[in-house]
Design a protein around this ligand. Structure first.
Ligand code: G2I
Length: 462
């Protein structure tokens, strides 16, 4: 697979060179899916991400950072974007450690999940002492301020975390947040959407791994939100497990997906002797659910875990890969190129297309930019990575127009904002990747359904 993909990259490069010299770039490279050697790359072949929780205090630890950069393409701040960290005093915001994690991730090509805007734990002391309408106002201000600070940079926010009670009630947990009125969750989602329309908005919780009273309570809330137009895009199933996932784990993911929300496994860690098998089962369950967008493990090495002494992660304390790591990687690789649905008839593997050269060059624009596309396709879907390269002058903003073939539609994008999802789609830089020095490049990407073979891409400075 490596060889195949490299040879396609070379072909793509040659084509890019030709296209660049004509002032417009239109390059297609399709990787034939095969065994990838890292979690992130293997997940990406299925159109998914593989992430980890990151702690800012460990970003100076080279073993930690090496694994982070090698294996993961999604990052969640383990504590640094929580309320106590970001607003230690009322109205005084502190983003230093959250920004550190975000910048490390983005500069290494990773996306970021925001965690968490409102949670009854890790409230700053001043908020813990509040109630009622004063607290409600502080909560909404917090959501607005933090989501605005990170606007355009977050793939998905855990807008509300752990608001449902454990046990059989299926109802809300008591907290000062809940006591401000039952509508606090939808108010938070509306405030988050207004502040950052590009971020997916998730409800995140634990002990929701199987079909039980708690997960059903959440399911009913999301169904109600969808029916009433409350903005919600995803559900986070934390998945702090021991020995195994419940037998109905996949069925539970599927029922949430069937509500029309993305499903994300947000804090996976598994203790116990059956760890490797259980990790593989969770991975396969996500792969079997088309709307399961990705998996995040809650830390890198066992010694990084909040579950001290339980060794629930994929790397040991020395940073060595454990059996559980291999079982996850194998499960991801076994799934490619097409696993989101179980085909009833054998499918023909996707054949890589020959990179095409531009047929209708547009006017050369030496001060502008070029865009080249590399496509990873499977039956019924694709991930496109678009490289934007500045010409002879630095860019302070760019716009790429992609021409999608009929039947193809964008479902999800990162590091750019789009207008439209089918046909001619225009992509604009986000705040952190508009400036590109002369001759340098930046990347954005998107996922879609249908086939993108033959897609064109043109770039203009803006
Ligand atoms: O509790 C496990 C997770 C459950 N779901 C939500 C997650 O946000 C939560 O993460 C954990 C972190 O992994 C811990 O690192 O949340 C804990 C707080 O409830 C975090 O622990 C805290 C300690 O309680 C603090 O004493 C410490 O100052 O971590 C802080 C930073 O190291």
């Amino acid at each position: 697979m490596k060889t195949t993909s490299r040879s396609f990259s070379r072909a793509a490069l040659a084509s890019a060179f030709l296209a660049t010299s004509l002032g417009v770039s239109l390059v297609l490279a399709t990787s034939a899916a095969g065994a990838a050697s890292t979690l992130g790359a293997a997940a990406a072949q299925t159109g998914r991400y593989f992430g980890t929780a990151v702690s800012a205090g460990k970003l100076g630890d080279s073993t930690y950072v090496n694994i982070l950069n090698r294996e993961f393409n999604m990052v969640t701040a383990e504590n640094e974007m929580k309320w106590d960290a970001t607003e230690p005093n009322r109205g005084q915001f502190s983003y230093g450690r959250g920004d550190q994690i975000l910048n490390q991730a983005v500069s290494n090509g990773k996306r970021v999940r925001g965690h968490a805007l409102l949670w009854h734990q890790q409230e700053p002391g001043w908020a813990q002492r509040m109630e009622g309408s004063d607290l409600r106002q502080a909560m909404m201000n917090h959501v607005t301020q933090v989501a605005t600070h990170y606007k355009g940079k977050i793939y998905a926010w855990d807008v509300v975390n752990e608001a449902f009670a454990d046990g059989g009630s299926g109802g809300r947990r008591d907290s000062n947040l809940q006591r401000t009125g039952n509508d606090w969750i939808e108010a938070a989602f509306r405030a988050a959407r207004a502040a950052d329309p590009a971020a997916k908005l998730c409800y995140n919780d634990y002990n929701t791994d199987g079909i039980n009273a708690k997960s059903t309570g959440i399911y009913n809330m999301i169904r109600d939100f969808k029916a009433r137009g409350v903005p919600i895009d995803c559900v986070g199933i934390q998945s702090h497990l021991t020995n195994s996932a419940p037998g109905d784990y996949q069925a539970n993911l599927q029922r949430f997906a069937d509500l029309g929300v993305e499903v994300q496994i947000t804090e996976l860690d598994i203790a116990g002797a059956n760890q490797a098998n259980a990790y593989a089962a969770v991975t396969r369950a996500c792969l079997a659910v088309a709307r399961c967008a990705g998996i995040t493990v809650w830390g890198i090495r066992d010694t990084d875990s909040w579950r001290t002494g339980e060794n629930p992660l994929l790397f040991d304390g020395n940073g060595n890969k454990k059996a559980a790591y291999n079982s996850v990687l194998d499960a991801l690789n076994a799934a490619t190129p097409s696993t989101t649905t179980t085909p009833t008839t054998p499918t023909t593997p996707t054949t890589p297309t020959t990179p095409t050269t531009p047929t209708t060059p547009t006017t050369p624009n030496p001060g502008g930019c070029t865009a080249s596309v590399s496509l990873n396709s499977w039956n019924g879907g694709f991930v496109a990575t678009v490289k934007v390269t500045a010409g002879g002058t630095a860019l302070s903003g760019w716009r790429v127009t992609t021409g999608l073939p009929g039947g193809a539609a964008v479902t999800n994008a990162w590091s750019a904002t789009n207008s439209g999802t089918t046909g001619s789609v225009t992509w604009s830089n986000v705040s952190y990747n508009g400036n590109v020095a002369a001759g340098q490049s930046t990347e954005f990407g998107f996922q879609g359904t249908g086939s993108a073979q033959g897609m064109s891409a043109t770039c203009a400075a803006s």
